[in-house]
Design a binder for this molecule. Structure first.
Ligand code: NDP
Length: 257
């Protein structure tokens, strides 16, 4: 039976793969046969993830990178290209959460959230995009959010900086998709609702999340580990050869109402 999601012979770079969804994404791509490159700031965590990925029978290259530093991004992408000779798949995943209300939001927090969640998504896409343009092939998957489309309901928690950045990711995805559509590169985004991770565990375990999910999420719950993999593998593989500029919300129906 044909495996539409086979990634044998491909090289995938996942940013922010020292914890959370990035680790899950890197492993899901490895399970389909892709060789992996991972980056983040915490190198000791990257080394643990590298061993777990290599145990799946593929190669894994690690590189320390702070995505708030454009020179580090350039160096990281160059190192991955030198190591593997190409980059076929980019998962633009590194990000930070923030739930500070607008009136209390400092310039520093605003810049950190926008810098990590939007500026860096562009810088990494630009650098990797130039590698993909040379090869005439690429699959870029930006990690947006439920908050690329909607904010949290009143009387829950505010997300002005986070939503501004993730909304920007949605439109950046469309802009890059159109620009590179005839160059062999697809650019799509995933918009997850809430999934357990270092970023969200406090919210999910606070007790308040369950009642919000009951009221606003048709499925009435957070996402579970593995429930993003179908969307990821669709966008990462040639199964999505005629799909570009899309954001797929994996949100239990949240954005449907
Ligand atoms: P985690 O906090 O577990 O992971 C965030 C990752 O981003 C870490 O690997 C971290 O690595 C990396 N990172 C953060 N800042 C930087 C930086 N300056 N330079 C390099 N790497 C950085 O959170 P999640 O796994 O939940 O988040 C992953 C992505 O998914 C984010 O873009 C987030 O917005 C998005 N998302 C998550 C949802 C969820 O419910 N969990 C829902 C919707 C979207 P390190 O600290 O080692 O540098």
């Amino acid at each position: 039976m044909k495996n539409y999601f086979d990634l044998s012979g491909k090289v995938a770079l996942v940013t922010g793969a020292s914890s959370g969804l990035g680790v899950q994404f890197a492993k899901a791509l490895a399970e389909q046969g892709a060789d992996i490159a991972i980056c983040a700031r915490r190198v000791e965590k990257l080394e643990t993830v590298k061993s777990e990925i290599e145990a799946l029978g593929v190669k894994c290259f690690t590189h320390k990178c702070d995505v708030l530093n454009v020179d580090e991004i350039r160096g990281m992408v160059k190192a991955v290209e030198e190591h593997y000779g190409k980059i076929d798949i980019l998962v633009n995943n590194a990000g930070v959460g923030d739930a500070t209300g607008a009136a209390d939001l400092t310039d520093e927090t605003w810049r950190n959230v926008l810098g990590t969640n939007l500026d860096a998504v562009f810088y990494v896409a630009r650098e990797v995009g130039n590698v993909m343009l040379k090869n005439g092939y690429g699959k870029i998957i930006n990690i947006g959010s439920l908050h690329s489309e909607v904010v949290m309901p009143m009387n829950t928690w505010p997300v002005p900086a986070y939503a501004a950045a993730k909304g920007g990711v949605k439109m950046l995805t469309k802009a890059l998709a159109v620009e590179w559509a005839r160059k062999g590169i697809t650019v799509n985004a995933i918009g997850p609702a809430y999934f357990g991770s270092e970023m969200t565990n406090d919210i999910l375990e606070s007790g308040g999340f369950d009642s919000v999910a009951q009221a606003y999420c048709p499925m009435g719950r957070a996402g579970k580990e593995g429930e993003l993999n179908g969307a990821l593998l669709y966008f990462a593989s040639d199964a999505s050869s005629y799909t570009t500029g899309q954001i797929l919300f994996v949100d239990g129906g949240w954005t449907a109402m």
